[in-house]
Design a protein around this ligand. Structure first.
Ligand code: NI
Length: 194
């Protein structure tokens, strides 16, 4: 059975494609003595679970080249980041709590634009966490607005700000707090206030 070195937590076991519960590696004896089999379905954060993945060799080679170019040292961290990104996307799609930055570039000579943008942010109340303003050049201002709130509300607020006349371009980058990026239905711990 070909395996990566021990520093890589992804074991390749071609042909063994498991759709069931993740299995602990038999080599990971410390983990298996700490956690009886019945706990596998509700592992706590920090538990390391090894699982086998079967993948087309060409696809895997392209993946390795891709993550190597991005600077990943091993497949495991790249896979973990992919999983986290997908969980964050799902969280945002179901209108979960988002934290976001909205970057705007606008022409401050446009009549009352600065006031309008400020008014819109005041209307958003607690959803505006902070604003950074940079005078880019004689004509242009850059504003970075840190937002927090339900994903849908943050998106529509960003759309309105970006659509305001005189705003030249910008972009919303939304993500989620790590503890809000997945469900905790079975968890025994409580989260603090949102
Ligand atoms: Ni300015």
């Amino acid at each position: 059975m070909p395996m990566l070195n021990m520093s890589n937590t992804l074991m390749l076991t071609p042909g063994a494609y498991s759709l069931g519960r993740p299995q602990r590696s038999p080599r990971d004896s410390s983990a298996s003595t700490l956690a009886p089999a019945g706990l596998y379905g509700r592992t706590m954060a920090g538990d390391l679970v090894r699982f086998g993945v079967a993948m087309d060799a060409d696809l895997l080679q392209r993946f390795d080249e891709h993550i190597g170019a991005k600077g990943y040292g091993n497949r495991s961290e790249a896979l973990r980041d992919l999983v986290r990104a997908d969980l964050v996307n799902a969280h945002l799609k179901r209108d979960g709590l988002a934290v976001a930055t909205l970057t705007l570039v606008y022409d401050h000579h446009v009549r009352e634009l600065s006031e309008k943008l400020t008014d819109m942010q005041h209307d958003l109340g607690e959803h505006v966490v902070s604003t950074l303003h940079v005078h880019l050049d004689h004509d242009h201002c850059l504003e970075v607005i840190v937002l927090r709130g339900p994903a849908g509300l943050i998106q529509s607020a960003a759309d309105r700000l970006l659509a305001t006349k005189g705003v030249k371009h910008g972009r919303l980058v939304a993500t989620a707090l790590p503890e809000n990026s997945h469900h905790h239905a079975d968890d025994e711990h409580e989260h603090g206030a949102r």
